[in-house]
Design a protein around this ligand. Structure first.
Ligand code: KE4
Length: 426
């Protein structure tokens, strides 16, 4: 580590818990100390020593257009010139909401908030208020932000009451959250058949991306949809990652399964703080001030985040870059598969569109228990070898690799060369 990096690290850990403002940035899953970034452009990061990296984290997903996209920056600058926040309605909020409604098939109305956590927390409260029921179902390995009801892991048995997954979450809160294995339709059907009278909603990442990328198996999402319809339970798709990543309509359009509520974030903010919860008007109208489900936010829908979001969604809808982006992503995935096969390295690569994960695993990965059996130590060594070669991957085996419209075939070739050298050395 350079002196500059060490000085910054020492200063950070002195005044910020763990030296970071979000735990995953601390490199705890891969060891070492974080790279301090000075600036970024396109698919490139530049650290405080001026070292350049090809970025596959993209701020954990938002920057599908790459860093500092000129049109997004221009929209932010123009918005700032008019003032950064008014705490009052603006024309742009209705325009932005209309863009989301026109793109995401199940959304008729949408409420903006300032993070994915707020979006998921609001969706849960709305489902509880709308149904009058208290319990929720989530899936092991899925992450929906850090609100109390969602920092809960499975109890002793899959369908037993949840237990806190963090200090500070009261057991009384956790017991309302049932945590089931992802892709396990039998466990899900058994649980919802037994407990539907008390279940308000099912919340799911339609493509899990917080245990690495784990796609839904055929029929899984459809089963959730059909059972929720049968029992009057609301189905919530957490599309904070997949929204506008898998296409303008997100995972719900990609798989043809319509949730009752959708949470969004990341991409829709173009790199600015944002989140959103949307759905059928008859459900959304239960939110204050019309309905009795309270929710609020000082900077919700602020003009700067909305301007960045409008600029981002405008480019995505006008240029529709998904086919090219997915093709480039396929080249990276195919190249990584070829390399691991050539080097006889046990691996299992998952990809949906421009999000993917390379697991070091002897077997397929279909849920969180499978992920826990993967070789995290080999990932740690792979991560650092790639970092040293100027390739910035997620500092955790439980995160996704993302591509942007700024990545080029040359970047992919360079990445594959680095990967072969890195994996050969493991
Ligand atoms: P935020 O509160 O971090 O904006 O969003 C929470 C959230 C909700 N739903 C999904 C599917 C998410 O992936 C997230 C946040 N994702 C993590 C990493 N995968 C953000 C990175 C971090 O925690 O620093």
């Amino acid at each position: 580590m350079s002196k500059r990096h060490n000085d910054l690290w020492q200063a950070s850990i002195t005044v910020i818990p763990g030296g970071v403002n979000s735990p995953v940035r601390a490199f705890r899953k891969v060891g070492g100390t974080p790279v301090f970034i000075d600036h970024a452009r396109g698919c490139r990061l530049f650290d405080c020593d001026g070292k350049e990296y090809i970025d596959y984290v993209l701020s954990w997903g938002p920057l599908i257009l790459g860093h500092a996209h000129p049109s997004v920056l221009s929209a932010i600058r123009q918005a700032c010139e008019k003032g950064t926040s008014f705490g009052a309605p603006t024309a742009q909020e209705a325009l932005f909401a209309q863009m989301i409604v026109e793109s995401v098939p199940s959304i008729e109305k949408v409420r903006l908030v300032s993070s994915g956590t707020e979006a998921a927390m609001t969706a849960i409260r709305l489902a509880r208020g709308y149904t009058g029921r208290d319990d929720i179902i989530k899936f092991e390995g899925c992450y929906h932000g850090h609100s109390d009801s969602l920092l809960v892991k499975a109890g002793s048995g899959a369908a037993t009451l949840g237990v806190p997954d963090s200090l500070g979450v009261p057991a009384d809160f956790a017991r309302h959250t049932l945590t089931l294995p992802y892709n396990d339709t039998d466990a899900f059907l058994q649980t919802i058949q037994q407990k539907h009278q008390t279940i308000a909603c099912v919340i799911v990442e339609p493509v899990a991306a917080n245990m690495g990328v784990v796609p839904p198996e055929d029929g899984f999402l459809q089963t959730l949809r059909e059972a929720c319809t049968t029992y009057g339970v609301l189905l919530i798709f957490d599309e904070v990652i997949t929204g506008f990543r898998l296409g303008l309509g997100g995972a719900q359009a990609h798989y043809g399964v319509m949730p009752d509520l959708t949470t969004l974030g990341k991409i829709i903010g173009g790199g600015m703080p944002i989140g959103a919860v949307g759905g059928r008007a008859k459900i959304m109208d239960h939110l204050a001030p019309d309905g009795g489900v309270y929710q609020a936010g000082t900077l919700s829908g602020n003009p700067v985040a909305v301007a960045a979001g409008i600029a981002t969604l405008k480019i995505l809808s006008e240029q529709n870059p998904y086919e090219a982006l997915n093709r480039l992503s396929g080249n990276l995935a195919d190249g990584l598969r070829d390399i691991t096969q050539k080097l006889s390295i046990p691996s299992y690569l998952t990809r949906v569109g421009s999000m993917m994960s390379l697991f070091f695993s002897e077997q397929p990965v279909r849920d969180f228990q499978d992920v826990l059996k993967t070789d995290a130590d080999r990932y740690r060594r792979y991560f650092h070898a790639m970092l040293n070669k100027g390739i910035y991957l997620a500092p955790s085996p439980y995160e996704a690799t993302f591509l942007s419209t700024a990545h080029t075939e040359e970047d992919i070739e360079r990445t594959l060369t680095a990967a072969e050298e890195s994996l050969r050395g493991l």
